[in-house]
Design a protein around this ligand. Structure first.
Ligand SMILES: Cc1cc2nc3c(=O)[nH]c(=O)nc-3n(C[C@H](O)[C@H](O)[C@H](O)COP(=O)(O)O)c2cc1C
Length: 186
């Protein structure tokens, strides 16, 4: 377990795109998901912890299919690679879903809720020495296929953001970020 302070976790968090493939302890994963459920929210979200390898492969395959049909040359080339895995071969995915809605305000809140949950999840993962990556691309799979049932996404909900969780060999901290997007009006 990490002894990092909250601020150290914030400075050091980085996206992992090179998971070792080693599985994650179920108890830790459950705590990490629970941290997501403890996030600030306005409305409703559902967190689905997917460790079933067939489900993760089905998600990857569905995304690949969408990208191959995208007519975007860059995306098509990427998706055509043999080892292409939009989930980066992570052993666990925490899929964040929200209720389907036509109301733009509710939709905005859904995305905001998902962002808050995802950040809690990523910081909690660090506590357990786990790496993470917030991935929007995986949602392409659910919009185009019947994966919701396979992955146990509740009826009336759609995945809007996923956090991949796993182990990483590279434990170097995040590069120092040149922060230029803060302004103060005093
Ligand atoms: C809402 C959201 C969606 C993202 N979607 C993807 C994605 O589909 N694929 C990916 O590799 N990274 C994705 N990322 C990760 C970003 O690329 C990453 O956070 C950014 O490059 C900054 O790097 P860092 O997380 O290491 O600080 C996403 C991040 C956010 C917040």
């Amino acid at each position: 377990m990490s002894t990092l302070s909250t601020m150290d976790s914030i400075w050091m968090r980085k996206s992992c795109r090179d998971f070792t493939g080693e599985s994650v302890d179920g108890g830790k994963l459950s705590m990490v998901a629970t941290a997501g459920a403890y996030a600030a929210y306005s409305g409703q979200i559902q967190l689905t912890v997917v460790t079933n390898t067939d489900c993760i492969k089905a998600i990857d395959d569905a995304v690949k299919k969408v990208l191959l049909a995208s007519k975007n040359k860059l995306l098509m080339e990427k998706a055509a690679q043999d080892d292409f895995s939009p989930s980066y071969h992570a052993p666990a995915l925490i899929v964040i879903s929200a209720p389907d809605s036509e109301d733009p305000t509710a939709v905005n809140l859904n995305y905001a809720n998902a962002g808050c949950a995802a950040q809690n999840i990523m910081l909690a993962a660090m506590y357990f020495d786990l790496a993470s990556c917030c991935i929007a691309t995986l949602d392409l799979a659910f919009h185009h296929t019947d994966l919701n049932i396979l992955c146990d996404i509740p009826d009336g909900f759609s995945p809007i953001l996923t956090v991949a969780i796993g182990k990483e060999d590279n434990t170097s901290p995040h590069d120092v970020r040149q922060v230029k997007n803060i302004n103060f009006r005093r």
